[in-house]
Design a protein. Sequence first.
Length: 631
Amino acid sequence: MRKALFKPYSAAFFKIHTSPIVSSLKFSSSSTPLPPPEWVHPFTDLSDVISAADRKTSPWVPKIHQLLQNTTNFEQDLTIFCDKYLIRLPPPFTAHILKTFSQLPNRAEIAFRFFNWAGEQKGYSHNLECFVQLIEILCLEGDFVRARSAFDEMKIRGFLMNPVAANSLIRSFGNGGMVEELLWVWKRMKDSGIEPSLYTYNFLMNGLVNCMYIESAERVLEVMKKGRVKPDVVTYNTMIKGYCKSGNLRKAIDEFEAMEVKNVAPDKITFLTLMQACYAKGDYHLCSRLYNEMRDKQVEIPPHAYRLVIGGLCREGKAMEGHAVFESMIGAGCEVNMTVYTALIDAYAKNGNLDVAMELFRSMQREGLVADEVTYGVIVNGLCKNGRLEEAMEWFEYCKREGVAVNSMLYSSLIDGLGKAGRVEEAGRLFEEMTGRGCPRDSYCYNALIDALAKKGKVEEAVVLFERMEEEGCDPTVYTYTILIDGLFKQHKNEEGLRVWEAMIEKGITPTAASFRALATGLCLSGKVARACKILDELAPMGVVLDSAFEDMINVLCKVGRVVEACRLADGVVDRGREIPGRVRTVMINALRKAGNADLAMKLMHSKIGIGYDRVKSVKKRVKFRNLVER
């Protein structure tokens, strides 16, 4: 029988005393040596004989986890526990414990404290893996101050970088937007002679894109394209994400097309990233094209992709096309939410197909989806737009009775509908009721009532409401000013209309074609064509170019029979080089035809007026438009 390597100690050499948490060992004689503490390992068998998959977790791991649950004072419990069993936790074990922190609440705080405690063990020194695991946890939890502190200490220790640590640090710093730290690791890795793998490049690209270093990410991609490690679909997806985040959709599409050249097949992430960017830009047509390409290439279509396409088609008024995608979505087994139903209901209602819209609403209810204030707002708005005000009022009362939140959209739709129907008093009562129900009045709501008053001829009341709008801190829009200018000129309050225009310009609100059309129409009808032209000239230095302004003015003058003034205006446009003569001539012919003045339209069409020349003595001069009425 083999002899023991050392003589076992008897109970006489030490006595055990009990702590409140666990028992620790206290030795009765300082002269009697004890065996050195055992260094535990994260796995019970670390031999090279078995594979990594066969390794079993050390029984010490759950015991340490249990102690860490006591977040108030686990450091003391760990110390007592280790003293009792004569163990220490070496760097591999500490790193393993940190790696298994995903299930712990408040893990950033616990990890930081556990890391500090483990580093204070006698004869202990953290290795690179411990720092890497701690930094990963801190970055994931958004504790970047402590992450930087740990990284600074790691740099002081001067560890030799390895591929696993470099990849983890680059990923952590990239996700956390810590670009300086990321680039330091990248340089240290290159200095250590570590060749970056595809994963390293992808982590670096993702970090640069997250920090919006798009040009740097572009350079990395170019290096990959020319180097040994070629970009894969993840690399391209990252670059496309960067372009989309920076608003450069054109470059994102170019990179998407480059994938095909490089024989890299796009996946659902590629398509979804581009579709989201297209939807945000309002390019619903391209969004639909990408969806069709996904379907043709048999790429898995995520539920959100269906929602984007349906939403885009509905915004374009293509309710039937959106409905077809909706049916495909159901056929693919995707869950349809209330947002999709609401978009389709809105599209059908705006197209005047209220029967289909209401059938969709009932289908949504059968699916167990509970309509919210947005859906009811869409229904009420659709009914109002189609003149079915009584039904709209019934749904409005239903919402109030059933406790559905009645928002500003519901009120605005009803006020607009009642106003357009000439029921201004009812619209006014709803307008006053809003504040009592806690609904703030927005510019859309004010505009609806101001428009109703102006169209009813109550322009003075519209002006009062406009002043009240400003007093309540609701900013008027260009549409508000357009309504007032149009209403004031129609009531022959020309100077007041001009003052409203000047107030709009002073506030820095950019005029639209509609707002200038309202002003120019009023001025032209009151015989102040020159004043309208002067105002139009003043807009050019402000960067406001209204291409159809002269055409609108000529149309107005011809419509009211002021052909002479229209011809003078047309001559002035050509003489000043604002438009090519051929286009002005076409505008004049169309304006005369629309005004019912076919004879002059035919005369202009078969003459050389506007584009031809006559010789007056020895000088060649253009034939003026005014010759149309002077001869």
